[in-house]
Ligand binder design. Structure first.
Ligand SMILES: C[S@@+](CC[C@H](N)C(=O)[O-])C[C@H]1O[C@@H](n2cnc3c(N)ncnc32)[C@H](O)[C@@H]1O
Length: 418
């Protein structure tokens, strides 16, 4: 009889096991394994957290005092942990309404560090301190005086300051609005933003040296999801770079989704004057999701539009709402209803100056015609005008191929050229 060696026990969850897990998953940036192994995530994560399962979109409370093993296992797993709900206005163990701070998913932390391309001697502005864990990793790599982190929530900033001090990791923690950067530490080589953005802050360009980089989750209003963008700063008015990978972050507090209420778009009788048609895209094509490159691409081509999916007993309706640039802008709305009964036909109603559904269909056709490119086939150019206005120009393949807005089907050809 052959003697078999019994399987080894799994390693105790620890910073070292997390570093090994990220290395095994092939997401550990070169030269960073020792840093991840040396910085204990558990020293930054509070006693009560909620583990996020993105597939089920569920949150499981974990309490270090009552279930320490489960808490430690989650802390050293590749799991995002919500650490605050509703800007701190929440008690109890049930999930709150809006996750407002977290320890980000470790593989996403690693992705962002990869995109930063950190070198010895770099000075980093870290925006969105949260627990302080990502600032701690950067400071453990770069040393004293190299990392400034800004957190808008005073309680979180105080806690992160205490966590970093207890761990003996030197970081300047600033309480304030990270979209203003922190001029006291400028110029920076790198800006690392760990909250979702819809608008790149002019201060980040102004406070970064030419040739430095900004890595941030950025997305359009069309979807709640983001992609990491790795911008090279050319000067205080220009930055450009590719998207690298899909991600989903809680948004900067000043850049959360915001539109007039549903009723403002749908006055009584609005469907009677609406333009009615049959959708040419399927429900599956427009429902999207965190890693849906099509949804991301459509959002790039349909600016100033936000989408909501409303499942109901008989049908699922996809709503599109225009985002007014000025308070007196006329609103546009579209509703596409997909009955669950396959014998019933879907239908679209559109009202207002924009035909939002037509724009979305044109953008889908454009993305299909390009061969369904991935998130990393697109990029972003950011231009800050002299009056501080920020313009975002998404592009396909290279900055010389800007994506025109899909205001009419004719503006998008399959090369993505106007
Ligand atoms: C995803 S969490 C940060 C994750 C964190 N770096 C970590 O340890 O993994 C996002 C953080 O950004 C903070 N935040 C939101 N808006 C901000 C702003 N305008 N300026 C600075 N911080 C902000 C939130 O309060 C939250 O703590």
């Amino acid at each position: 009889m052959t003697a078999h060696t019994p399987p080894p026990e799994p390693p105790e969850p620890s910073a070292a096991s997390l570093a090994a897990l990220l290395t095994e998953a092939d997401v550990m940036p070169s030269g960073w394994a020792d840093v991840f192994a040396a910085v204990p995530r558990g020293a930054f994560v509070p006693d009560l957290v909620w583990a996020h399962d993105p597939a089920a979109n569920s949150y499981t409370p974990l309490d270090c005092t009552s279930a320490p093993d489960a808490w430690v296992a989650a802390v050293y797993a590749n799991t995002a942990l919500v650490t605050q709900w509703d800007d701190g206005d929440h008690t109890g163990t049930a999930p709150g309404r809006l996750a407002s701070s977290s320890a980000s998913m470790p593989s996403v932390v690693a992705d962002m560090i990869y995109d930063l391309k950190v070198s010895d001697g770099d000075r980093v502005l870290d925006v969105g301190t949260g627990t302080g864990y990502t600032a701690a990793l950067l400071a453990a790599r770069l040393g004293t005086g190299q990392v400034v982190t800004v957190e808008v929530d005073p309680e979180l900033a105080d806690q992160a300051r205490a966590n970093l001090a207890a761990a003996g990791i030197p970081v300047t923690v600033v309480t304030g609005d990270g979209t203003k950067g922190w001029p006291g530490g400028a110029p920076y080589d790198l800006v690392h933003v760990t909250a979702g953005t819809r608008s790149i802050a002019p201060a980040w360009l102004a406070q970064t040296r030419p040739g430095g980089r900004i890595v941030a989750p950025w997305g359009t209003d069309y979807s709640p999801h983001d992609a990491l963008v790795a911008l090279t700063v050319h000067d205080p008015h220009h930055a450009s770079g590719p998207f690298t990978v899909a991600a989903s972050f809680m948004k900067l507090r000043g850049q959360r989704p915001n539109r007039p209420g549903h009723a403002a778009y749908t006055p009584p009788g609005w469907t009677e004057n609406a333009r009615v048609s049959v959708p040419t895209v399927t429900l599956g094509q427009v429902t999207g999701g965190a890693y849906d490159a099509g949804e991301f691409a459509v959002g790039l081509a349909v600016p100033g539009c936000t989408k909501a999916v409303a499942p109901a007993a008989d049908a699922t309706t996809v709503w599109l709402y225009s985002l007014p640039a000025a308070a007196d802008d006329a609103l546009s709305v579209a509703a596409a209803t997909y009955p669950h009964d396959a014998d019933q036909a879907p239908a679209v109603w559109q009202a207002g100056p924009r035909s939002l559904w037509d724009e979305v269909e044109a953008a889908h056709a454009w993305w299909d015609g390009l061969g369904k490119p991935e998130v990393y086939d697109f990029g972003l150019t950011v231009t800050v005008a002299n009056d501080g206005t920020v313009h975002h120009t998404p592009w396909h393949d290279n900055p010389d191929r800007p994506i025109p807005a899909a205001n009419t089907a004719a503006t998008l050809d399959h090369d993505g050229q106007a």
